[in-house]
Design a protein around this ligand. Sequence first.
Ligand code: ACO
Length: 427
Amino acid sequence: MAEEAQISFGGKTYDFPVVEGTENELAIDIKALRSATGLITLDPGFKNTGSCESAITFLDGEKGILRYRGYPIEELAEKADFLEVAYLLIFGELPNTQELEKFHSDIKAESHVDEEMKKILDGFPKSAHPMGVLSSLTSALIAFNPSSVDVTSEADLYHAIVRLLAKFPVLVSWTLRKKMGLPLDYGDDSLGYVQNIHKMMFKRPNREYEINDTVIEALDKLLILHGDHEQNCSTSTVRIVGSSHAGLFASISAGISALWGPLHGGANMAVLQMLEAIQADDGDTKKYMAKAKDKNDPFRLMGFGHRVYKNFDPRARIIKKAADEVLAQLGVDDPILNIAKGLEKEALEDPYFVERKLYPNVDFYSGIIYRALGIPVDMFTVMFALGRLPGWIAQYREMRLKNEPIGRPRQVYVGENKRSFVPLNKR
Ligand code: ACO
């Protein structure tokens, strides 16, 4: 196997080292390219650019493989809970019982959010998009937790991490409750991490909260499946903001903004909006299947296909099972869900979709579960953020502890050449 790659330019050949990852991925190390040759690389969207070496998540889109710290996503979703997976992603190993208990009790010790934060939430109109509210509140947390963090200190970083894992679910639940007109509340330390999140979100002031194990299990799985996905748009944002030595909360707030976009975390909302549009159009799935296949129509079947996974999305398989269980257990009879099932069946049997290997992705089923759980459509991306939080934290921590240099891409300038200033009265 090549250990060096050659680049020939201007009549000269230059050698560059080839780096090999633990799963045999190869990369040319071009750190010395500009100083040796005067060239830079041009790669809009960074589709061929490795921004870092990372030991957190491995994915192979062709083979449908997703592993956190070496553990297959299927096993984690089946056997672990979200807090264990969060610990694994952030610290690199599965926790033993004592480590997990300490982690959870350290989180619980930080689960109070300053009451003054409610005034900030109050300032938002009810119609505000929850992702904007969440990003702002996460940023505002800095003002209420100002003690400076030496981000090269593992102890300081640990403290910031447990604080964020404690307070973020409170902010998520407040964002939802404000939308639904419910009183803002705190959690219940006697519950598991995910149970507590569910209770904070859905407890009614006039009703006893009842735990439904199937619902909690499905929510737990959804959060695990969204835990990390290597150097995607929001994760790269978190790392690049953190590379300027901005704190953890500020970097995560930026990641939330990146996730907001419809090309990233916003796709799960798009699925439900599409299903609602089909329902309003007499539930005519055949018409929308035809639109999706018509090359003159920009419409695409939302929740089908994936940029990286070209055979199947391993997360979709897991979540489909959970969706079926939740719908059966809750006895949900929702016309929108029937449209989703009809569409799924038609697409999986249609040669257009079969030939192009277009399968339902994780967003197709996650939207269905969120809807069955009574979560408003524009909160879907917030749920994604809740699941992605440990991944963002793990990536930030890895980047900071390695003391990676500040992220600062270059460009190829294509603007005007030097010209002389023309005074205003002469233009
Ligand atoms: N509906 C109809 N046709 C589709 C769809 C779809 N959802 N997705 C892809 N195709 C077709 C394309 O038109 C193309 O057809 P052609 O070969 O005849 O030209 C072929 O399938 C290949 O598609 P590409 O555009 O090359 O796939 P790409 O990798 O660029 O796009 C993407 C992937 C953006 C996810 C696309 O499948 C899509 O738009 N899906 C719907 C949106 C969606 O669900 N996004 C969420 C992704 S999951 C996530 O982000 C967590």
